[in-house]
Design a binder for this molecule. Structure first.
Ligand code: 13P
Length: 289
């Protein structure tokens, strides 16, 4: 029996009470363990997001589902945990995640023309809601680096958001000048006026992708304007990298059995856990289980 929860109620409560649930992207066993420990120790609800690339890396949707739910048993997790497909590119990949037991999926049709995005999102909503699985949709696009070129993404429009809301999606990612990966030095910030407009007209919980490295002032404003889910991946990857780097530079891998992967990966795993706790506190969902 799965212990995973549909995150819709978690996000609606966050929106009402003015904080954001953290969606942590998971990349491997160490990530899942570190985040589950962080949320259990701090009594915090969480969404574990997994991209199609990470699913492939970890061995498919069934492996990911098994890893997460078995680790939840092993760590004796009692806080609400949702397992969410991040940026599902096709209706089929969403269905595969739902059939494997995920409690939430994102269908990212943002690269299709709007009519096609709406048509495919509706198919996902129909399948997901029959199985009590939540659906996130995307309008506008999230920028990011591709082949060394940083795209700024397309801003969402109110009409697009309304059209998605009419499909009964549970929460919505709208492009507001946010970017996956590190923000470039000349980034001109989140379009908070646009977010305000969307938020005042669309009562759905809103999702901020590219949550790594945005200053707290903007994060706070974004939360007060209806952002209820913040996706973070890069920030934890950088923490892991830095701690692993320090271990190797200190030549600890060459001391005793320091080459053992359980030792080699340990500082990075602890760093991920600590950073996760910090983000839960900063985004306001710490202790909200
Ligand atoms: P970052 O890697 O920039 O934190 O973005 C994560 C994300 O939005 C996943 O959907």
């Amino acid at each position: 029996m799965t212990k995973l929860v549909n995150p819709t109620a978690m996000l609606q409560k966050a929106r009402k009470e003015n904080y954001a649930i953290v969606h942590f992207n998971i990349n491997n066993l160490e990530w899942i363990k570190a985040i589950l420990k962080a949320v259990q120790e701090t009594n915090s609800p969480v969404i574990l997001g997994v991209s199609e690339g990470a699913i492939k890396y970890m061995g498919g949707v069934k492996t990911v589902y098994g890893l997460v739910t078995n680790l939840m048993d092993f760590i004796k997790v009692t806080v609400p945990v949702a397992l969410h497909l991040d940026h599902g590119q096709t209706v089929e990949s969403c269905i595969a995640a739902i059939d494997a037991g995920f409690s939430s999926v994102m269908f990212d049709g943002s690269h299709h023309p709007l009519a096609e995005n709406l048509k495919l999102t509706a198919q996902v909503v129909d399948y997901a809601h029959r199985k009590n699985v939540a659906v996130e949709a995307e309008v506008g696009t999230i920028g990011g680096e591709e082949d060394g070129v940083i795209g700024t993404g397309e801003l969402a429009t109110l009409d697009e958001c309304q059209a998605m809301k009419n499909l009964a999606v549970d929460f919505l990612a709208a492009g507001i000048n946010n970017i996956h990966g590190p923000y470039p030095k000349n980034w001109d910030g989140l379009k908070l006026d646009l977010l305000k407009d969307i938020s005042e007209n669309i009562s759905l919980p809103l999702v901020l992708h590219g949550g790594s490295g945005i200053d707290m002032e903007q994060i706070k404003q974004a939360i007060s304007l209806g952002i209820s889910k913040i996706n973070v991946n890069t920030e934890l990857q950088l923490e892991f990298q830095q701690a692993t780097r320090e271990y190797i530079i200190a030549e600890k891998d060459q001391t005793g059995k320091g080459y053992d992967p359980r030792k080699l990966l340990n500082p990075g795993t602890i760093a991920v856990e600590n950073k996760a706790k910090q983000l839960l506190a900063e985004f306001g969902s710490l202790g909200k289980a």
